[in-house]
Structures are given as C-alpha cells and as structure tokens.
Ligand binder design. Structure first.
Ligand code: SF4
Length: 253
C-alpha cells in the first residue's frame, strides 16, 4: 500500500439504500486525505458536499456514530469487507478505494444505518441485566471479590456493536441463532453473584431455540470483535454450564 501525502485524494465506494425496502446501489465519492482521518471524518466530508465522482449531486449519506472512541458501538459497518467500527478505522491503514457497506445480518434503515433491535431483543431473552427495580429497598448486593471482578472483566467489555453477528455464518435469515454477543452476556451474568439470581431461567433460554445449539464454531466472532473478547471460550464455558445444569436437574440435584 502506497503511503498517503497531504495532497492525496482517495475514493470511497458506498453501498447506499434509500429505505428498508429500496434497492441498494453504489455511489463513489472523492475525499481529500488528511493524516489521522478516520472513516467517520471521511463520511462527514462527503456529507458537507455530497457530489459523486461523476459530478452528480447526491443525498447526504446516512450513518450512525456517537462516542468516536470505540465505546458506543454505533458506527459499526462493513469496511473493505470486514465488520468493524468506523471511528477506529484510519484511512491511512486501509486499502483504497475504501468500500463501505451496512453491517450485514441487520435490516437496513437507510444507507449505512441498520436496525440492531434483534440483538437487544435477544439480550432481553437471556435477561442480560441485573434486576434492581423494586418499590422497596433491596439492600446491598453481594460482595464481589477482586478475583471475581478480574475474571469477569474480559467478558464485560462488549459494546453491543453487532460485528460478531455480522461475521457469523450461523446468523442468517434461515436461523434464529442469537449470536456470540448474547451468549457471552449469559456467561458473564451467570458468573456474577447478582446475575446468578436469574441463572436457571437464562440457561433454559440458551438451551432452547436460537441458543447454544446454533453455534457452528466458525470462530469469526472472536476474530472481528473490536474488544478482543474471548468469545469462543466464553460460549464453550456456557455450553458446559448448560449441559451440567441439565444433567443435575435430570438427576434431581
Ligand atoms: Fe461487538 Fe464484540 Fe460485543 Fe460482539 S461481543 S457485539 S463484536 S463488542
């Protein structure tokens, strides 16, 4: 890859879609390179003057972003064929032309903005939260040791970007597989003293439709996860836990 200089322009190809049911099409834009610019900055440049390289005035490109520091997960998209965050994708590190597509496996709202509701609905299915709501004081939660915190932290870094689902061959229109992010959250909460309150219900869900049996062990999830979460071992751990729990229940223990 040739290094950029200040005066370089580069091309961005964007897969566009005017609405959820509209036909996708491609447009190309020329963008002026500046050192340190990322894909979000390039998209902002295009939005300021959305004219294609053929000189056609285009609608501003729609995409989501918020924190710009790989924490919120909202700017996830497919960049040069790989699901990742636009904020941490530096132009100088990418092959050109740069190709942008909406995150696969999620319905397109418009252009690069997708509807990730299915991810959050599956989080709800596995009760991926600590229940603290109540009309009365619930008292202090259980103590969590330093060791338990350190063990849980690597699994707790999920930013719900959806990249692991986008890269997973088992997440598709013919499957109800909920994907690595959701299963990992179940592992995390089952390992946590407060989260364990819902452990049995959570294990029932991951043993059911769309749960653990849907994983084909492709391991793409771990390769694309921007937070380097050990998703493969997390799912394996949940698998063992679910199996052991089923055997114990069968034996009446
Ligand atoms: Fe994104 Fe990783 Fe969370 Fe999947 S597990 S949603 S890739 S941060």
């Amino acid at each position: 890859m040739r290094e950029f200089v200040m005066s370089d322009n580069f091309t961005i190809k964007i897969r566009r879609q005017d609405g959820p049911d509209a036909k996708p099409y491609w447009q190309e834009f020329e963008v002026n390179f500046r050192p340190g610019m990322n894909v979000v900055i390039a998209l902002q440049d295009i939005r300021r003057d959305p004219v294609t390289i053929d000189g056609v005035k285009a609608d501003p490109v729609v995409w989501e972003c918020s924190c710009l520091e790989e924490v919120c997960g909202s700017c996830a998209m497919v960049i040069n064929g790989r699901a990742r965050q636009a904020c941490s994708a530096l132009i100088e590190d990418l092959d050109r032309p740069v190709t942008l597509e909406p995150l696969a496996k999620f319905p397109v709202v418009r252009d690069l903005m997708v509807d990730r509701s299915s991810l959050f609905e599956n989080f709800a299915r596995v009760r991926a939260w600590i229940p603290i709501d109540g009309t009365y004081p619930m008292g202090p939660g259980p103590q969590v040791s330093q060791e338990e915190q350190e063990a849980a932290y690597p699994l707790a870094r999920c930013i719900t970007c959806g990249c692991c689902l986008a890269a997973c061959p088992q997440v598709n229109n013919n499957s109800s597989f909920m994907g690595a992010a959701v299963l990992n959250q179940a592992t995390l909460l089952n390992s946590y003293p407060t989260g364990r309150m819902n452990r049995a219900a959570r294990l029932d869900v991951v043993r059911g439709d769309g749960g653990l049996a849907g994983c084909g062990n492709a391991q793409n999830c771990e390769r694309v996860c921007p937070k380097s979460i050990p998703l493969v071992s997390s799912i394996a751990r949940l698998n063992r836990e679910a199996l052991l729990d089923a055997v114990k229940r069968w034996l009446g223990k």
